[in-house]
Write a protein that binds this ligand. Structure first.
Ligand SMILES: C=C(O[C@H]1C=CC=C(C(=O)O)[C@@H]1O)C(=O)O
Length: 397
């Protein structure tokens, strides 16, 4: 596979196109844009690379409006978990499509170790117990909430975001991977990168075809093929996991019905997998009613789904805010949309934020909690999910 065309911080971008300073669209103060390629999304069907920054946006709404109005040719970047927080969206000077995913597991990275568990495992168990009390209270509306925890990682020397992307995409069986320069979000995000390998398609638009592939419901892979197959079979029959999954499908149906005709939503999920996990997934498709609705509009319409938030959305978000605080860009969306409205947005999971100096990373992992969840199983699930980032970084556990 090809090496990703993304420059390391402080080095030149792969192709320097245009020398004009980026335009500011929106109300936020102008911000410094780094020299790295602002965005790369590697997928099994190809890689999208943004070159340069033509414009940046104070909010996702302004970016979506500029794209619909045709005043920018494309928008790339990251949406935060909280829809009202700053996004990291830019209009690139050029958007390049490569036919293959990127990835190279031979790329060297400095040694990385786990410096802190945020919160402690006991505190995460307490949070799950708090959520369960609410979920099991017949007087409470909450039916599902996704709770996450984080690891703080330290590297002996700066980690190059492009190298980490190469390792993540190279490790992923489908070549999934992304890197986004978060500088456009301003403030503490300046110089930081969001790097990950998400298996979950929030929404994709090609012509009038809209597709989604929500994932919810998980089980760990096993090195023994027979045990592994059995684990997968058990997952598709698990009442608790099917319930967890159904919340996501129901929410997507409700969000997409006003936007699409011919919605095709299979009645039950199928198995999908990463190196670390089995997941329940439902391939959804539909035809756009209104061709002026772009892939970014669609992402904003469906985010946050109960795959990363909960049901109903408002109390789930409130509980996440109360228990975890601000998630930043974890559990948001990363992707691109062009002037034709085409594009693709992935749910921002199995990812890490790399600090501007490249030596500190924060990675999150979460899991859906429903009334039938077991706290220790939920803790173990987050540990397994950390595997995507930790294996790419070569962290020994
Ligand atoms: C929230 C995460 O995963 C989501 C995607 C797939 C399966 C999930 C689950 O089984 O809980 C989560 O909904 C994460 O990886 O941090």
């Amino acid at each position: 596979m090809q090496a990703p065309a993304v420059a390391a911080p402080g080095t030149a971008a792969p192709r320097q196109i245009g020398t004009a300073a980026p335009r500011q669209i929106g109300t936020a103060a102008p911000r410094q844009i780094g020299s790295a390629a602002p965005f790369v999304l590697s997928r099994p069907h190809g890689t999208v690379v943004a070159e340069g920054v033509d414009a940046r946006f104070a909010s996702a709404g302004e970016a979506a409006a500029a794209l619909r109005a045709g005043s920018v040719a494309a928008v790339v970047g990251a949406l935060p978990f909280a829809p009202d927080h700053h996004a990291a969206l830019t209009a690139p000077v050029a958007l390049r499509h490569q036919p293959d995913p990127v990835g190279d597991v031979t790329v060297a990275l400095p040694p990385v170790r786990i410096a802190a568990t945020l919160p402690t495992e006991d505190e995460h168990l307490d949070r799950v117990a708090t959520a369960l009390r609410q979920l099991r209270d017949p007087a409470d509306d909450l039916a599902k909430v996704v709770l996450a925890r984080a690891l703080l990682l330290r590297a002996d020397a700066p980690v190059d975001p492009a190298s980490l992307l190469a390792r993540l995409a190279g490790n992923d069986p489908s070549g999934n991977g992304f890197v986004v320069d978060l500088t456009a979000a301003g403030g503490p995000w300046t110089g930081r990168h969001l790097v990950g390998a998400s298996p979950e398609v929030l929404v994709r638009r090609r012509g009038d075809l809209v597709t989604c592939h929500p994932l919810a419901g998980s089980a760990p892979r096993h090195p023994d093929p027979e045990v592994d197959r059995r684990t997968g079979r058990r997952l598709v029959a698990s009442e608790k996991n099917l319930a967890e999954h159904a919340h996501v499908v129901d929410a997507l149906r409700a969000s997409l019905e006003p936007l699409c005709t011919d919605l095709d939503i299979p009645g039950s999920p199928t198995l999908t997998s990463t190196r670390q996990l089995w997941h329940l997934g439902t391939p959804i498709s539909g035809r756009l009613r209104d061709r002026s609705v772009t892939a970014l509009d669609l992402a904003l319409a469906v985010h946050p789904t109960p795959a990363i938030c909960g049901t109903p959305t408002a109390p789930a978000r409130a509980l996440i805010q109360e228990l975890e605080g601000d998630r930043g860009f974890y559990a948001g969306a990363v992707g691109w949309a062009d002037r034709d409205g085409d594009g693709e947005w992935m749910v921002t999971i199995r990812c890490a934020v790399l600090d501007a100096d490249g030596t500190t990373l924060t990675t999150h992992a979460g899991g859906g909690i429903v009334a039938g969840s077991d706290p220790l199983d939920e803790l173990a699930e987050t540990t397994t999910k950390f595997g995507t980032v930790l294996e790419a970084l070569g962290v020994r556990r």
